[in-house]
Design a protein around this ligand. Structure first.
Ligand code: NAD
Length: 502
């Protein structure tokens, strides 16, 4: 049944029928059924795409940045028109609830708007020179074709964070989407092609999609014609990709896993904190890189607050998000994700956990799909599975008495993506945001760790990979910096007072 809806969505989104044949079966996590087939890119096709991107780069770097921005403006326009259809495809392919599927497309529209504005900026610097009649300056030039490797859980937005910026910065993009969500990628490519046809004079190969698994990703990682690869996914993937990129001195933007935490202080607005924590920990069925996974609650409010959380966990509506807007928790992506979740819960029990929820639901109705009740896990200490990312809705709750000690524990994990504090005491919130506070790339106050806007730089420290994407000055990663000194005088003074008279 879903397969016929997918066919009509792909028709509406302009995906050519010949892209929808092949040996790779695409399944929906909503029911587990096969919804389409696609073909993996062969090594020759990947090599051709890279050669084409290189040729496109030679033309595109000469197009003035505001004109490059015009293409991205038109892409944003196509995305606006396709928001419902593409959002629904994201729901069917990644299992998100409908408003999150649409929200993901809105995020693409937002980054297009941001990039269009940026296309009239891309500011360099003038720098004071110590030498008379000299001017120093810094310019930003296009870098070259960019490989983009993405994860299943944000199957389209992550591409747009990279592509919208790379395109205005003058760099073509070759995209290897998750093998678990190739259809949404084909749809985005079709929308890009519509925008390119409207813009006119767009070189072939400016944006390409290469369907496939890790092997196709490795082709991008290893090709010396790609000076930058942006890779989003697990830390295990990033460790491999980062090492291979370093071997050929290429740049990487690594956006990897997170083991995100929040601290709830005694002065917090607990009604607000409850809603924020529910969205951050349960939303997207725990399958966001910024999902809240660890919660430290002050012991003076612990019992009351955890009792309220338990009620939310017991009552939240789980199911196929296409059937009702009241469903807030869709399925896990696949059986492997379900097994990982169960393994983590088992391990937590051996560390003294009290586990509430976590069981499979609707198994009879959906024998091939994996719906679970989110798990609230009371832990005596931060040990065992609490120290790693399990990509499923598990929230480990711990108690604290001293904020400094809680911040120490907060930072005592391998990842450093996102974090938050709930407090109305500015001494506490400012401490959390200070140099001695959260060690993450993102630290929020009175909201959860998830749900970022595109205006800020997104990414994290430590085993999250160190990359930054989307807002602020993340665009600089897609360009090369040129420092120039110009002598407009008739003398040749040397820097640092060096004398070299011939
Ligand atoms: P994954 O690591 O299994 O796969 C991600 C992508 O990498 C896929 O396209 C895959 O084919 C490719 N890949 C895997 N190994 C590769 C290799 N050696 N060389 C080249 N490509 C390779 O991740 P997933 O299960 O799709 O996504 C979930 C993970 O992604 C979680 O850890 C989550 O936290 C993380 N994530 C991070 C961010 C962020 O911005 N920090 C955003 C979304 C997801």
């Amino acid at each position: 049944m879903l397969a016929s809806e997918v066919t009509s969505l792909l028709d509406r989104l302009g995906v050519a029928p010949d892209c929808r044949r092949g040996a790779r079966a695409v399944r929906s996590p909503l029911t587990g059924e096969t919804i389409a087939h696609v073909e993996d890119a062969s090594p020759q096709r990947a090599a051709e795409a890279i050669a084409q991107a290189e040729a496109a780069f030679r033309q595109w770097r000469h197009v003035p940045a505001p004109q490059r921005g015009e293409l991205v403006r038109l892409l944003g326009h196509e995305l606006r028109a396709a928001k419902d259809a593409l959002g629904r495809l994201v729901t069917i392919e990644a299992g998100k609830i409908v408003s999150e599927g649409r929200g993901e497309v809105q995020e693409m529209i937002d980054i297009c708007d941001f990039a269009v504005g940026l296309s009239r900026q891309l500011y360099g610097l003038t720098i004071a020179s110590e030498r008379p009649n000299h001017r120093m300056m810094e310019q930003w030039h296009p870098l070259g074709p960019v490989g983009v490797i993405t994860s299943f859980n944000f199957p389209v937005a992550v591409w747009s964070w990279n592509a919208a910026l790379a395109l205005v910065c003058g760099s073509p993009v070759i995209w290897k989407p998750s093998e678990k969500a190739p259809l949404a990628a084909l749809a985005v490519q079709a929308l890009f092609e519509r925008a390119a046809a409207k813009a006119g004079n767009i070189p072939d190969g400016l944006s390409t999609v290469l369907i496939g698994g890790r092997d196709v990703g490795e082709v991008l990682v290893d090709d010396p014609r790609l000076p930058l690869v942006s890779a989003t996914g697990s830390t295990a993937m990033g460790r491999e990709v980062g090492t291979r990129l370093a071997r050929r001195f290429a740049r990487g933007i690594l956006e990897l896993g997170g083991n995100n935490a929040s601290i709830v202080c005694p002065s917090a607005n607990l009604d607000l904190a409850l809603r924020a924590i529910a969205f951050a920990a349960i939303g997207t069925a725990g399958q966001r890189c910024t999902t809240l996974r660890r919660l430290f609650v002050h012991d003076s409010i612990h019992n009351e607050f955890v009792a309220r959380l338990k009620q939310v966990y017991a009552s939240v509506r789980i199911g196929d998000p296409l059937t009702s807007d009241e469903v807030l928790v869709g399925p896990l992506i696949d059986q492997a994700a379900f097994r990982n979740m169960q393994r983590a819960l088992e391990q937590a029990r051996t560390h003294g956990a009290r586990v509430h929820g976590g069981e499979r639901v609707d198994e009879k109705r959906f024998p091939n799909a994996y719906y679970v009740r989110p798990a609230l896990v009371e832990m005596p200490a931060q040990t065992g599975p609490v120290l790693r990312e399990t990509f499923a809705p598990i929230l480990y709750v711990m108690t604290y008495t001293d904020l400094d000690a809680a911040i120490e524990l907060h930072n005592a994990v391998a990842h450093g993506l996102s974090s938050s504090i709930f407090s109305t005491d500015m001494r506490e919130t400012e401490k959390f945001l200070s140099a001695a506070g959260s060690d993450c790339g993102i630290a929020n106050v009175n909201i959860g760790p998830s749900g970022a806007e595109i205006g800020g730089a997104f990414g994290g420290e430590k085993e999250t990979g160190g990359g930054r994407e989307a807002g602020s000055d993340a665009w600089k990663a897609y360009m090369r910096r040129l420092t120039s000194t110009v002598n407009y005088g008739d003398d040749l003074p040397l820097a640092q007072g060096v004398r070299f008279d011939i």
